[in-house]
Design a binder for this molecule. Structure first.
Ligand code: SF4
Length: 352
């Protein structure tokens, strides 16, 4: 039995509330009234739901706690990007990044505290794995933003924060339902992207869902040898197998490709990436390596990034250059956490 209604699919939460209100002899409209305070017009605590009688609010607080994420650090970049570090009840921490762009507000959310996969270019990978998030902790990253400022509600959500979402599939699957359901957060499936390094069995589970959720594959290399040197997961799920699973997905796919100077940014890499993208009808996001995110690796210089993209476009593939957002606030996944830990250690162990 789930500890909180915020972990449940909205329909399930409503059914539970209907049973609960009926058991107390309350009028039938009460369940719907309470339910809208979960996601549609959320409250931070039941005490704030002042349309409900005070004794009912007290009963709700005892029966259905509304757990919160504590915003420990909030940083705002000069380009409008906002980074949140959420402290969880057990002391772990995860990050989200809100990226405004015109009318669009994309929130990059975390699915795990830390990550076991150790991609060499990733700050989260260097933290190691701490634990999986519960569904409410995943969707809570959106809920907290709505609670603070309803107008900041994200229009798009991407699972590109800390962790590999498909290694926490049951909670991520519930989170997808809550994000998308019109009586949940009501964000269109086409505006929700799950990004994975390619956990093949869970890719098949995601493919079975009827909604048009988007899939992004973190590719980052075009040969198995190079991919193995950047992403240890290649040993378990090889590129060929991942691309086969991607082909079976039958919905729009994007390849994510971080450009690393001298490692994966040659003309030959561009040509191989073009070929793969054409075979799968995939879009390609080219991402600059976040400076400082990975010791020993350097970002590809801007002119080379442009040439790489141009070469792909000339061969008919849509390759979009993603700007590095929030450079002044360490907005790549895991970077704020790693920096906070470093500072904590520096305080605990002052240099002699
Ligand atoms: S890039 Fe993603 S999968 Fe790889 S270590 Fe970082 S969080 Fe994990």
């Amino acid at each position: 039995m789930s500890a909180t209604l915020l972990d449940l699919a909205p329909k399930e939460a409503l059914a539970r509330l209907q049973k609960w209100t009926k058991g107390r002899g309350l009028p039938s409209y009460r369940a719907g009234q309470i339910h809208r305070r979960l996601w549609i017009a959320p409250v931070g605590s039941w005490a704030e739901a002042t349309e409900l009688p005070a004794p009912l609010r007290q009963e709700l607080a005892a029966a259905f706690p509304l757990p919160r994420l504590e915003a420990q650090t909030l940083q705002q970049s000069t380009d409008g990007t906002r980074k949140y570090l959420w402290r969880l009840a057990d002391g772990e921490a995860v990050e989200s990044v809100l990226i405004p762009s015109g009318k669009r507000r994309t929130l990059c959310i975390s699915s795990q505290a830390g990550c076991a996969l150790g991609c060499v270019f990733c700050a989260t990978g260097r933290m190691g794995f701490r634990r999986n998030l519960d569904a409410w902790e995943i969707v809570g990253q959106v809920r907290e933003i709505v609670l603070a400022t309803p107008d900041d509600k994200p229009t798009n959500v991407v699972f590109m924060g800390m962790g590999e979402p498909l290694l926490n599939w049951p909670a991520v699957s519930s989170a997808l339902t809550i994000l998308n359901d019109p009586t949940g957060l009501g964000i269109g499936a086409r505006h929700i992207t799950v990004s994975t390094v390619g956990i093949v069995p869970a890719m098949a589970d995601l493919a079975k869902r009827p909604e048009q959720f988007r899939l992004a594959i973190s590719l980052h290399a075009t040969t198995p040898e190079l991919r193995r040197s950047l992403m240890p997961i290649q040993k378990k799920y090889g590129m060929d197998e991942v691309l086969r699973a991607a082909r079976a997905f039958r919905k729009r796919i994007t390849f994510e490709y971080v450009l690393i100077a001298g490692r994966n940014d040659s003309d030959a890499d561009a040509d191989r990436l073009t070929k793969l993208a054409r075979e799968l009808g995939a879009h390609v996001n080219l991402l600059p390596l976040h400076p400082g995110g990975a010791p020993g690796l350097a970002p590809t210089p801007a002119p080379r990034i442009r040439a790489f993209a141009e070469r792909m476009r000339n061969q008919g593939v849509e390759a979009v250059l993603r700007r590095s957002r929030g450079l002044d606030i360490d907005a790549a996944c895991g970077q704020l956490f790693v920096e906070m830990e470093r500072r904590k250690r520096a305080v605990a162990e002052p240099t002699p």
